[in-house]
Design a binder for this molecule. Structure first.
Ligand SMILES: Cc1cc2nc3c(=O)[nH]c(=O)nc-3n(C[C@H](O)[C@H](O)[C@H](O)COP(=O)(O)OP(=O)(O)OC[C@H]3O[C@@H](n4cnc5c(N)ncnc54)[C@H](O)[C@@H]3O)c2cc1C
Length: 425
């Protein structure tokens, strides 16, 4: 079934007023149809840039299962007490009222690639000329022995938005002075490479500020090294003394099991019993809709053409953000936003003859270490040798002045406001 007249009209009022398009043209088949699944940084940005820059020439439908979008980016600032929860929640109304995007609040359950239709959970079918998938990640609940979806309340991940983010903060608030937090970090590739380490910093910040500096945060990492490690580790020492301890796989010898009921974590070398709080961040993979469409291996990510962001399996489908393998680009909101602009430009070229130019991508990942103290890593990227390759990179240095760190945090806050405005308004 096609989107209802109501869906389309709900999204097209402001556009109608601002354009010369007739109602039949807005509702009809003459315009090429792009369906976008997922209203995060990849999907929302692509929908907006397709609708806005084609000036009504492309019919854009955004399928999103949630009414609002809570950003995982800056969720660590919420956990650290630097932002209120409502400051990281955003709405889709402006995308509908200003750009004429039809917002369909539903879960997409299947991509029928033979018929070029997206099937929704209520059975409706949305036909498309091009499909944009940006469903984010799914968690691999089998990747940590003893942990499961049923245990995610007791040992939260906080790696998907909503209640999980709030649970992390509640668990942190309940940690006693002298208590032990164990964080199990994820294997590569995963959403937001510096995210676990920023989160550990925020844990230490809150505990220290609230008179619980005897608490310990132990990070059990399956990786030999992590993003911005050379900056995080001296900063942890300087800011928090012995509160944060990072253990690589050779030191902890692997996670043998966790017991959510008793708060126990067993490694090859040690048993951490009666933990005040265990934060399990498991292995990750592309969101189900992309894997089920045959665009990625069962537990992996979608391979894309680096010049267009199109799936190498099906060139009528673009895959953005965390769900794709983007070469040297990390899985970040900034990356997803940058990829979406390239994809929207390419699709506008194909569908309405707009001019195109070679793909160029950018990203920066900021991480807060403490109050007025942030670090960053980032770069510029281009298609090279069949992949998205870094052509220029930068990273904060250990021992930078307090003023540089303050400026970096000011950039971080300004970036958040700017990218959210870019996505949702
Ligand atoms: C703790 C943490 C901190 C982070 N900090 C930063 C940071 O500082 N900077 C940064 O750039 N990035 C950061 N990130 C990473 C960032 O959040 C992700 O990279 C980004 O959200 C990816 O965008 P996306 O569009 O690919 O997916 P998502 O943001 O996950 O959006 C996917 C959307 O699709 C919807 N959806 C999924 N499947 C379906 C379906 N079948 N039908 C309908 N709707 C569907 C979901 O509801 C969701 O709204 C952080 C992540 C975490 C966890």
């Amino acid at each position: 079934m096609k989107p209802t007249r109501r869906d389309l009209v709900a999204g097209s009022g402001a556009l109608l007023a601002a354009s010369t398009l007739s109602v039949p043209a807005l509702l009809g088949q003459s315009r090429p149809r792009v369906v976008v699944v997922g209203g995060g940084p990849g999907g929302a940005t692509a929908a907006k840039y397709l609708a806005r820059d084609s000036q009504g020439g492309i019919s854009v439908t955004l399928v999103e299962e949630n009414e609002t979008y809570q950003t995982c980016f800056h969720s660590n600032l919420y956990i650290g007490g630097f932002k209120r929860y409502d400051e990281i929640v955003h709405r889709y109304d402006t995308l509908a009222s200003t750009y004429g995007i039809a917002i369909v609040r539903s879960r997409a359950t299947q991509v029928d690639r033979d018929k070029s239709e997206v099937v929704l959970s209520d059975g409706r079918r949305l036909p498309y000329d091009r499909l944009v998938l940006s469903p984010g990640i799914d968690l691999n609940y089998d990747s940590v022995p003893g942990w499961s979806q049923a245990a995610e309340e007791m040992m939260p991940h906080g790696w998907k938005p909503g209640r999980q983010t709030q649970l992390i903060r509640e668990k942190l608030d309940a940690v006693p002075d002298g208590g032990t937090i164990v964080m199990i970090a994820p294997p590569n590739p995963y959403r937001c490479p510096p995210g676990p380490y920023e989160r550990a910093s925020m844990f230490a910040h809150v505990l220290k500020e609230t008179g619980r500096a005897k608490a310990r945060i132990i990070i059990l990492d399956p990786k030999e090294s992590f993003s911005k490690q050379g900056v995080f580790m001296p900063d942890w020492e300087r800011r928090y003394g012995a509160m944060i301890e990072w253990l690589g796989p050779k030191v902890h010898d692997g996670i043998t099991s966790v017991d959510p009921k008793t708060g126990t974590v067993v490694t090859g070398f040690e048993t951490y019993a009666n933990c005040a709080f265990v934060n399990v961040i498991p292995a990750q993979m592309a969101g189900a809709i992309a894997r089920d469409a045959g665009l990625a291996p069962a537990d992996g990510y979608c391979t894309i053409d680096p010049a267009t962001m199109k799936s190498v399996v099906d060139p009528t489908i673009v895959v953005l953000g965390d769900a794709c393998q983007a070469g040297d680009m990390p899985k970040s909101a900034f990356s997803a936003n940058s990829q979406a602009k390239v994809a929207a430009m390419i699709l506008r070229g194909e569908l309405v003859g707009a001019p195109t130019f070679p793909a160029r991508y950018i990203n920066t990942c900021w991480s807060m270490v403490d109050t007025d103290d942030a670090i960053k890593v980032g770069g510029r990227y281009e298609p090279r040798d069949g992949r998205i390759a870094a052509v220029e990179t930068f990273i904060s240095q250990p021992g930078e002045s307090a003023e540089i760190r303050r400026q970096t945090q000011a950039e971080n806050l300004a970036w958040y406001d700017a990218i959210c405005a870019d996505m949702f308004t």
